[in-house]
Design a binder for this molecule. Structure first.
Ligand code: PLP
Length: 392
């Protein structure tokens, strides 16, 4: 079976699946059926394309980073500029797709969870433009750490529900969102933010994010006349990386590298390269857990990569050796961040700064006539305080 044909029966090989309480099965089946219907619907496709283009700014440019290439010394480095998309990151592609789907199937309300707030802000803007009532679940600890994003969500008309249970962070917010959903399935869509969660979410989110890789394929063909030799993207839950990789899944000459958060001495968030198999948030994949199956503390300088699990499709790509997964540490991400700012005049988010560092390393081992594309998943405005503190 070709890799592009997964999932099969809701699974990516032995990964993925639908490990959720019985009460959520009807909702997931309804979503799966609706998605299968609308994915073939020309009007839906056209409407989403229009939002992506006129509201979101797609296609994002594929930029030849000549100075970064010179500094790395090797393959030609191209940047896929998701930082220029509305909202400042690739998250837009998924929230717009899911919110439009929710509207089509008659839902009036969006709910989501958010940790650092980026996914909450993205969902809120989609809720505003599509006139869907939006409620965001966010742990109390995160609400206090991320005040500007809480304010953004409120400005966009969303309600932020503060979660006080457990450790009052992301995983508790997910539990509350699931509880809400199980009681309000008839009028509510749960908008998951990455290629994680129970089937059909990893598939749906991948399909809405594949626009990244599809555009890269067309754009590089025009510029170089051929496929890229290597694609590099950062991996948190894995959506910008899967969106980049998926259209090339069966193009065996294209190497794929996912870059996880290597963190520091205190910890990391490298589920694929350091974790073990298990079930988290409804799917089987790689996780950071202890011998008893308890999720362990993760650490990353970038909030978007700081997640103890990873999408099941990446677990499959690792298992069959289709993609290589490496780490960049907090320090290395800061180096990547500064390199891109100084050579290209682009301030990246800290998440893709990990990919910049790893991508430059890989490019330096390649020939000058080869090409390497790094997905620049978002812009760095949100990270300026973090970087300023670390550099002083
Ligand atoms: C959220 C986020 C990520 C991590 O999410 P993935 O699902 O792994 O793509 C990466 N980069 C940016 C800019 C983000 O906002």
């Amino acid at each position: 079976m070709k890799l592009s044909q997964y999932p099969e029966a809701g699974k990516f090989g032995t990964f993925g699946g639908r490990y959720v309480p019985e009460i959520l099965h009807p909702a997931l089946e309804e979503l799966e059926n609706a998605y299968e219907e609308y994915k073939e619907d020309r009007d839906f496709e056209e409407e989403l394309r229009t939002y992506n283009r006129d509201y979101g700014g797609r296609p994002s440019p594929l930029y030849y980073a000549e100075r970064l290439t010179e500094v790395a010394g090797g393959a030609k480095i191209y940047l896929k500029r998701e930082d220029l998309i509305h909202g400042g990151a690739h998250k837009f592609n998924n929230v717009m797709g899911q919110a439009l789907l929710a509207k089509k199937i008659g839902k009036e309300r969006l709910i989501c969870e958010t940790g650092a707030g980026q996914h909450g802000v993205a969902t809120s803007l989609a809720g505003a433009v599509l006139d869907l009532k939006t409620e965001v679940y966010m742990g109390k600890v995160d609400v206090e750490r991320q005040k500007p994003n809480v304010f953004r969500m409120e400005l966009l008309g969303a309600t932020v529900n503060v979660v006080d249970s457990g450790s009052a962070t992301l995983k508790d917010a997910i539990n509350e969102a699931l509880r809400d959903w199980s009681g309000n399935v008839s009028n509510t869509h749960y908008l998951i933010g990455s290629v994680v969660g129970p089937h059909p979410y990893p598939m749906i989110v991948r399909d809405f994010q594949r626009v990244i890789g599809d555009e890269i394929k067309n754009q590089l063909k025009k510029k170089e006349g051929e496929l890229p030799d290597h694609l590099v993207a950062c991996v948190g839950g894995g959506s910008n990386a899967m969106g980049t990789f998926y259209p090339f899944a069966d193009d065996k000459t294209v190497d794929l590298t996912g870059v996880e958060a290597g963190g520091n001495d205190e910890g990391n968030a490298a589920s694929l390269s350091e974790g073990t198999e298990g079930v988290l948030h409804g799917a089987r994949s790689y996780l950071l857990q202890d011998d008893g199956g308890q999720i362990t503390e993760t650490h990353s300088i970038s909030a978007g990569l700081d997640y103890p699990g990873v999408g099941p499709e990446h677990a499959l790509y690792k298992e069959v050796d289709r993609a290589n997964y490496v780490q960049a540490s907090d320090e290395e991400a800061l180096i990547g961040f500064r390199r891109l700012a100084e050579t290209e005049g682009i301030i990246p988010a800290l998440e893709p700064a990990h990919a910049i560092h790893a991508g430059m390393d890989i490019a330096s081992t390649m020939k000058p006539e080869e090409t390497l594309v790094i997905t620049l998943s978002g812009r760095g405005d949100k990270d300026l305080d973090t970087v300023r503190e670390r550099l002083s």
